[in-house]
Design a protein around this ligand. Structure first.
Ligand code: DMJ
Length: 467
C-alpha cells in the first residue's frame, strides 16, 4: 500500500501530468507520471538494522560512549574513563521516530538512573553541545520526559563558562564540567558558531535567555570581522576575537557555522541570522565556487584576496548541497550534490577528502559519515525528486556492504581498496544522523512532521515531533 506521503506526491504528480498550474489552470499536456516505487521495505530494513545494532550495543557497551563493533569492546568519547552514554543520548530521538519504544525506554531509563555531569574533566564544548545537549533536548522534545530537559540545562550551564569567561565572546574550546576552568583559546568557526539552535531551544524551554544570548554574541563578533569579500577565515582566537589565518572554506572546521546561521533563522526566526547567512553565502558563491569539468565545487580561498589556496574538498563539505537548497538556492544545491554523487559512484563510499580537480582521494578513510545522506534528505524534502531517494539508497547499500561487522557498523580506514580497510569504532553521530535520515527519507514516519520540523547539525529533532 502506498504511504500517505507517497500518495500526496503522486497526486501532485498527477496534477502536473494533467497540466494543472498553480491556480488549477490547464497549461500543457504531459505524459501521465508513474506512481513512485514503494520504499517501505527499505525503511523497514533500516529499522531492523538499527534494532540489531542497538542490541549489540546494549549487550557489549551499554552506558559507554561508543561501541567497538569489530572487537566487541567500547571506548569513551569526551574523557578517558568518564562515560556519558553518548550513544544512548544520540540515539534517543531516532529510536522514538522509528517507534522502537522498548529500546527507547531502555535508553531513557539508563539516562535517568546514571547520567550526571559533575565530572572533573575538560569536555570539548562544541561536541558536548551538538551531541549531548542536542541529544537530550531532542529526547525531551520527543518523549516529554522532564529529566532530559533538566540534564540538558545542567550540562549547558557547565559549558557556559566557555562563553562567559571569554573576553571577546568567542567561546573557548574546552570547559571543565566540575570547576568551570576553560582552555583552548585557539579555535575555529564551527566551534564558534554551532550553538544557536540547541541553546535557543533551551532558552525557550527554560525561559532563560542566557543561553541564546551567548550563542548569538559569538556570531556577532565573527561576522563583524568578515573580509571585504564577505568571507570568513576559519581560525579565530577566543580571547582577542582576531583571525588566526586567512583561509575560507565551507568544509571543516567552518561548515556548521554557516549551517547554524540558516538554522537559527529557521528555528528561532531571528532576522539577523538570515541576513548574515545571505551575506556570507553570497560571498562564498561569488569567490569560492569553481566549476571543473562541468561540476560545481567550493575551493579553499584567501578570504581577503579570493585567491585559491587549495582544491581539496572534505567529504563533510557535502552537507553544503542540502544547506544551499534549504536556503533557497536549489539550483546550486542540486549541482553540488551531483558533483558528490560522481564521487560516490567512483568510490562506492565517499573518501574523507578529495582533490576536486582530479577526484583523487587525498584522505582515504571514511568515518561512517552522514553528510551525503543528510543533503540527499534535505534536497528530497525541498524538491520532492525521487533522485535523492535513489542516491540515499545507494549510500545505505554501500554502508551495509562495507561497514557492517560482527557487532554493528564501523568506520573505514581505506575505501579505495578491495576489500575496504576497516577500523573498529562506531561514532555516536551514526545513531543520530544517517539512521534517522534513511528512516525519514524511505519511510513515511508517523511521528515526524514532514512540513514543519527542525533537525540540528547532529540530526537532533528539536521541532516537528508528532506526539
Ligand atoms: C557530526 O558530528 C555533525 O554533523 C557535525 O556538524 C560535523 N560532522 C559530524 C559527522 O560527520
Amino acid at each position: 500500500m502506498r504511504t500517505s506521503l507517497q500518495r500526496r506526491r503522486f497526486l501532485e504528480l498527477l496534477g502536473a501530468a494533467a497540466g494543472l498550474g498553480a491556480a488549477g489552470v490547464v497549461t500543457a499536456p504531459v505524459a501521465l507520471a508513474a506512481p513512485p516505487a514503494s520504499w517501505r521495505p527499505v525503511a523497514d530494513d533500516v529499522r531492523t538494522e538499527t534494532r540489531w545494532a542497538w542490541r549489540h550495543y546494549v549487550a557489549r557497551a551499554f552506558g559507554h560512549d561508543q561501541i567497538k563493533p569489530v572487537s566487541g569492546g567500547f571506548e569513551e568519547f569526551f574523557a578517558p574513563g568518564r562515560p556519558v552514554g553518548l550513544t544512548i543520548v544520540e540515539a534517543l530521538d531516532t529510536l522514538w521516530l522509528m517507534e522502537l519504544d522498548a529500546e527507547l525506554e531502555q535508553g531513557v531509563e539508563w539516562v535517568k538512573a546514571n547520567l550526571r555531569f559533575d565530572i572533573d574533566a575538560s569536555f570539548q564544548v562544541f561536541e558536548a553541545n551538538i551531541r549531548m545537549v542536542g541529544g537530550l533536548l531532542s529526547g525531551y522534545h520527543c518523549t516529554g520526559e522532564p529529566r532530559l530537559l533538566e540534564l540538558a540545562a545542567d550540562l549547558a550551564d557547565r559549558l557556559l563558562p566557555a562563553f562567559t569567561k571569554s573576553p571577546s565572546g568567542v567561546p573557548y574550546r574546552y570547559a571543565n564540567l566540575r570547576t568551570g576552568a576553560v582552555s583552548g583559546p585557539e579555535t575555529n568557526l564551527a566551534e564558534t558558531g554551532t550553538y544557536i539552535t540547541e541553546l535557543g531551544a533551551l532558552s525557550r524551554w527554560t525561559g532563560d535567555p542566557k543561553y541564546v544570548t551567548a550563542a548569538k554574541r559569538a556570531f556577532e563578533v565573527t561576522f563583524a570581522k568578515r573580509s571585504p569579500l564577505d568571507l570568513l577565515p576559519y581560525a579565530v582566537h577566543a580571547e582577542t576575537g582576531e583571525w588566526l589565518n586567512r583561509t575560507a572554506t565551507v568544509g571543516p572546521p567552518a561548515d556548521s557555522y554557516y549551517e547554524y546561521l540558516w538554522d537559527g533563522w529557521k528555528l528561532l526566526g531571528d532576522p539577523d541570522l538570515k541576513s548574515w547567512y545571505d551575506t556570507l553565502v553570497a560571498g562564498i558563491l561569488a569567490h569560492q565556487s569553481e566549476v571543473v569539468g562541468g561540476r560545481l565545487w567550493f575551493a579553499q580561498v584567501d578570504a581577503f584576496t579570493g585567491a585559491i589556496v587549495s582544491r581539496e574538498q572534505s567529504e563533510l563539505g557535502s552537507f553544503f548541497a542540502g544547506l544551499l537548497a534549504e536556503g533557497g538556492d536549489v539550483r546550486d544545491g542540486r549541482r553540488y550534490h551531483d558533483s558528490w554523487n560522481v564521487v560516490q559512484d567512483r568510490y562506492g563510499v565517499l573518501p574523507e577528502g578529495i582533490d576536486y580537480s582530479t577526484l583523487a582521494a587525498t584522505s582515504k578513510g571514511n568515518q561512517l559519515r552522514p553528510e551525503f545522506a543528510d543533503s540527499a534528505f534535505s534536497l528530497w524534502l525541498v524538491t520532492g525528486d525521487e533522485l535523492y531517494r535513489q542516491r540515499a539508497k545507494k549510500h545505505y547499500d554501500q554502508m551495509k556492504r562495507t561497514s557492517k561487522v560482527r557487532y554493528g557498523y564501523t568506520i573505514l580506514t581505506d575505501v579505495t581498496t578491495n576489500p575496504v580497510g576497516r577500523g573498529d569504532f562506531c561514532p555516536g553521530y551514526w545513531w543520530s544522523e544517517q539512521l534517522k535520515y534513511y528512516w525519514l527519507i524511505f519511510g513515511d514516519a508517523r511521528r515526524f512532521d514532514y512540513r514543519d520540523h527542525y533537525l540540528s547539525t547532529e540530526g537532533n529533532l528539536l521541532k516537528g515531533a508528532r506526539r
